[in-house]
Design a protein around this ligand. Structure first.
Ligand SMILES: *Cc1c(COP(=O)(O)O)cnc(C)c1O
Length: 394
C-alpha cells in the first residue's frame, strides 16, 4: 500500500509549532540562556526576549505590558484566575457564576472550591446550540457573587459566547469577569476593553506555539492574589523562573496568528462549511453540533447516530486522518461529553460525536479526502451495530 500523507484535523487539541516560531525560540536556549533576572549579558538577552513577548501579547490584547502574566499553560491561567480572585475576595462572598460547558480547568477548580471551601457555584445552562443567555448571567448575580467566568469559545463544539455583553453585565454589577479564551486565542479578536473582561486566559499550543506556556491577562486593579509564591517573577503574580524560550515563542505565534487573522479565518470557514455540507449530505442520520453561525471558523462537530465516536476516530486514524471525539478530555472516566449533554443531547447519542478542527496547513484536498472516506467508515460500523440496525436511534 502506498504511504499516505497524514491529515491532521485536531487543532482544537493542539497545534504543531510553526517553523517561524521555532526559529524565534532557538537562541533563547543557547545564546540568551541567562536568568532574565540577572544583570549580565546572558540575562539581559533573556530579559529582552521576555519583554518583547510581553509587548507583543499586550499589543494584541490592547492592554499594558504590566497586565500580562506568563504561566505554564491555559489550565494554570484558569486556576490562577479562579483561585486568585476568590481568595482575594473571600471576605466579600463565596459565590461563583460559570457555565456547564466550560473546560475542566474551570469546572474541576470550581468543584474543588465547593467541596473544600464551602463555595456555592451557579453553573449556567446553555441552549441546544451551546449558547449562554446573558440574561441568565444577570439573574444569577447575588450580593455575595465574587467572580463570573464564561469561556469565549467552546473547545468541543466551537460555539462563541457573547462575551462583551456578559462583561458589561458583570461590570455594572461590580463583579470580576474572567473568560477562558484558550480556544479563541489565534482566531477571534482579543481586545480586552472591547470584550469588557477583567481576566483572560490563553494557551500557546492552541495557536502554533509550544505546549506548556500560557498567559493570564489581569486588568489593573483587579483583586487577585498569587497561587504560586516564591521569587517575585511576573510582578509577584506567578513565582518561578520564566520559561523564556517558550514565552518568546508564544509572543511570536500570537503576532503571526493575528497579522493575517481575518483572511485566514475566512479561508478556514470556507473549508469548514465545505466539510459540514459534504458530511451532512453523504452520511445518513448525521447532524451538526453547536451553533450554525456563531462558531469557530475551524470547528465542525458531528453526531453519527448509532455508533461510538471512538470507533470512527480509530478507523480514520488507520486511514491516515487524525480527528477528535467529543469525550477526548474525559476519556479517563469514559463519560459522555459534558458539553453535548448540556446541549440537551441524549447520553447515548452524545457518545457518537466526532470533532474535526481545521488549521493552517489544511487545504480543500484534506476536506475532500474526509468526505470521501468517512461515509463508508460510518456505514461499516453501523452494519455491526445492533442498536442502529433495529432503528432505536434513527
Ligand atoms: C486546551 C484548553 C485549555 C487548557 O489549556 P492547556 O494549555 O492545555 O492547559 C483550557 N481551556 C480551553 C477552552 C482549552 O481548549
Amino acid at each position: 500500500m502506498p504511504q499516505l500523507t497524514r491529515i491532521y484535523l485536531d487543532h482544537a487539541a493542539t497545534t504543531a509549532v510553526d517553523p517561524r516560531v521555532l526559529k524565534a525560540m532557538l537562541p533563547y536556549w543557547t545564546e540568551h540562556y541567562g536568568n532574565p533576572a540577572s544583570l549580565y549579558d546572558q540575562g539581559r538577552g533573556a530579559a529582552e526576549g521576555l519583554n518583547r513577548a510581553r509587548k507583543q501579547v499586550a499589543g494584541i490584547l490592547g492592554c499594558n505590558d504590566n497586565e500580562i502574566v506568563f504561566t505554564s499553560c491555559g489550565t494554570e491561567s484558569d486556576n490562577l484566575a479562579i483561585r486568585g480572585v476568590t481568595t482575594a475576595l473571600r471576605r466579600k462572598g463565596k459565590h461563583i457564576i460559570t457555565t456547564t460547558i466550560e473546560h475542566h480547568a474551570i469546572l474541576r477548580t470550581c468543584e474543588q472550591l465547593e467541596q473544600l471551601d464551602g463555595y456555592k457555584v451557579t453553573y449556567l445552562p446553555v441552549d441546544a446550540m451551546g449558547m449562554v443567555d446573558p440574561d441568565d448571567v444577570r439573574k444569577a448575580i447575588r450580593p455575595d457573587t465574587v467572580l463570573i467566568s464564561v469561556m469565549y469559545a467552546n473547545n468541543e463544539i466551537g460555539t462563541i459566547q457573547p462575551i462583551a455583553e456578559i462583561g458589561a453585565i458583570a461590570r455594572k454589577a461590580g463583579v470580576v469577569f474572567h473568560t477562558d479564551a484558550v480556544q479563541a486565542g489565534g482566531s477571534l479578536p482579543l481586545d480586552v476593553d472591547q470584550l469588557n473582561v477583567d481576566l483572560l486566559s490563553l494557551s500557546g499550543h492552541k495557536f502554533y506555539a509550544p505546549k506548556g506556556v500560557g498567559v493570564l491577562y489581569i486588568r489593573r486593579g483587579t483583586p487577585i492574589v498569587p497561587i504560586q509564591t516564591g521569587g517575585g517573577q511576573e510582578r509577584g503574580m506567578r513565582a518561578g523562573t520564566s520559561n523564556v524560550p517558550y514565552i518568546v515563542g508564544l509572543g511570536e505565534a500570537l503576532v503571526l496568528a493575528h497579522q493575517d487573522r481575518e483572511q485566514e479565518q475566512a479561508r478556514l470557514a470556507a473549508l469548514r462549511d465545505r466539510l459540514i455540507k459534504g458530511v451532512l449530505t453523504s452520511v445518513p442520520d448525521s447532524c451538526l453540533n453547536g451553533h450554525p453561525t456563531q462558531r469557530l471558523a475551524n470547528n465542525a462537530n458531528f453526531i453519527f447516530a448509532g455508533i461510538e465516536g471512538e470507533a470512527v476516530q480509530m478507523k480514520l486514524d488507520w486511514a491516515g486522518i487524525a480527528c477528535g471525539t467529543g469525550s477526548a478530555c474525559a476519556s479517563e472516566d469514559d463519560e459522555p461529553s459534558h458539553v453535548l449533554v448540556a446541549c440537551g443531547i441524549k447520553k447515548l447519542l452524545s457518545r457518537a460525536s466526532i470533532r474535526f478542527t481545521l488549521g493552517r496547513e489544511n487545504t480543500e484536498i484534506d476536506v475532500d479526502r474526509v468526505i470521501e472516506i468517512l461515509p463508508p467508515i460510518v456505514q461499516g460500523i453501523r452494519d455491526l451495530s445492533p442498536i442502529y440496525r433495529i432503528g432505536m436511534l434513527s
